[in-house]
Ligand binder design. Structure first.
Ligand SMILES: *[C@@H]1O[C@H](CO)[C@@H](O)[C@H](O)[C@H]1NC(C)=O
Ligand SMILES: *[C@@H]1O[C@H](CO)[C@@H](O)[C@H](O)[C@H]1NC(C)=O
Ligand SMILES: *[C@@H]1O[C@H](CO)[C@@H](O)[C@H](O)[C@H]1NC(C)=O
Ligand SMILES: *[C@@H]1O[C@H](CO)[C@@H](O)[C@H](O)[C@H]1NC(C)=O
Ligand SMILES: *[C@@H]1O[C@H](CO)[C@@H](O)[C@H](O)[C@H]1NC(C)=O
Length: 335
């Protein structure tokens, strides 16, 4: 194409064939026509508040803090990266099917209330999806349908209360799931079924009343589980059974007053355990004694009145033991 016309009245900059005999309102019409008739290499547009970078092979769009209310649909359909953080986007309907090559999508800090159903159906290449700091309150049955290659999903700082039991089941490649700061009280059985590649699960600051044991059972590859700042009072026998790869577990900041004797059964790889800021009145000696590979243990901020002589039986690899803020401590048996 030899000549260039700026069609800025439509809020976009584009390339069209120049028609000197046309003027006035015609450029808008021309723009619409060109959408239909231009060959593929000319069909990409960059909204005025976005920055579009890279060539065909590595097309990227940055639309950060651009006051957008919708996902722009006129970007290069080959785009692999779209950053829409800090906008006013409310819903995702009918916009994403245009971008089938998308690998990274940042939708954090918008006002999305629902992810709807099947809105990611064509994003089989997507690796990273950031939905942090939106207003999502539930995850519907087909919310993530199509995201079979997604590795990282950030849903932190939303208002999620309900998760449909099959909402996450399409995420067969997921490695990291962040649910920090939501309102989840419990999960239905089999909610994590099929997530056999998940390595990092963050449930920090929700309202879980129990360890979701029957769900964790499916996460055979899990390496790190953060359930800090929830409302767990009691950990039942075998709650973490099946998590043979788990290296780090945090239950910090719950309201646990007791642990069943086999609460930590099966955590054969565990190295890092944080039980700080709970309501434990006795050192859980027997429960800990099976964690023979533990190197870090935090029991600070509990309500122990005494530390018996053999409180830490069998913990031969322990390198760091935190016992600060034991406000109820009266006696240490140092035999
Ligand atoms: C999107 O842009 C923001 C602001 O520049 C940046 O902090 C963030 O890392 C970007 N997101 C991704 C996924 O690259
Ligand atoms: C997602 O976006 C939020 C806010 O923009 C940011 O703090 C967070 O680090 C991002 N998550 C990931 C996994 O990059
Ligand atoms: C938990 O397991 C221990 C054996 O390790 C058993 O003595 C105890 O009764 C079990 N607790 C419950 C509630 O089943
Ligand atoms: C401790 O870790 C080693 C490898 O570092 C492993 O072979 C062993 O099985 C672990 N111990 C237990 C009790 O599983
Ligand atoms: C846990 O301890 C706090 C004070 O630290 C107390 O207010 C609360 O009632 C206790 N909760 C349970 C379930 O024991």
């Amino acid at each position: 194409m030899a000549d260039h016309t700026q069609a800025t009245s439509a809020g976009v900059t584009t390339t069209t064939r120049s028609r000197p005999w046309l003027s006035g309102a015609i450029p808008v019409l021309l723009l619409l026509l060109s959408l239909v008739t231009l060959p593929p290499e000319c069909s990409a547009f960059c909204p005025s508040k976005c920055q579009c970078l890279g060539g065909e092979a590595n097309s990227r769009a940055l639309c950060v803090d651009a006051a957008l209310e919708d996902v722009p649909i006129q970007l290069n359909p080959e785009t692999k990266y779209i950053n829409l953080t800090v906008n006013r986007i409310r819903n995702l309907e009918f916009s994403l099917p245009f971008y089938m090559k998308l690998e990274i999508l940042d939708l954090s800090q918008n006002i999305i209330e629902t992810l709807g159903s099947k809105n990611f159906e064509y994003q089989s290449e997507l690796r990273t999806l950031n939905l942090s700091r939106n207003l999502v309150s539930s995850l519907h049955k087909h919310a993530f349908k199509g995201l079979t290659n997604l590795l990282l999903l950030d849903l932190s700082f939303n208002r999620i209360e309900t998760v449909h039991p099959t909402a996450l089941s399409d995420l067969a490649s997921l490695v990291e799931l962040d649910l920090t700061n939501n309102n989840i009280v419990s999960l239905e059985d089999n909610s994590f079924k099929g997530m056999s590649t998940l390595e990092v699960l963050v449930f920090r600051n929700n309202r879980l009343l129990d360890v979701p044991a029957s769900n964790l059972w499916h996460l055979h590859a899990l390496k790190s589980l953060d359930m800090s700042l929830n409302l767990v009072e009691f950990v039942r026998n075998d709650s973490f059974e099946g998590l043979k790869e788990l290296l780090a577990l945090s239950l910090q900041g719950n309201v646990m007053s007791e642990l069943d004797l086999s609460a930590f059964e099966g955590l054969i790889s565990l190295k890092h355990l944080d039980l700080a800021d709970n309501n434990l009145t006795m050192v859980p000696t027997q429960q800990l004694s099976k964690l023979s590979n533990l190197t870090y243990l935090n029991l600070g901020g509990n309500r122990f009145s005494q530390l018996p002589a053999v409180a830490f039986l069998n913990l031969f690899h322990l390198r760091e033991l935190h016992l600060s803020r034991l406000d109820y401590l009266q006696r240490i048996d140092s035999r």
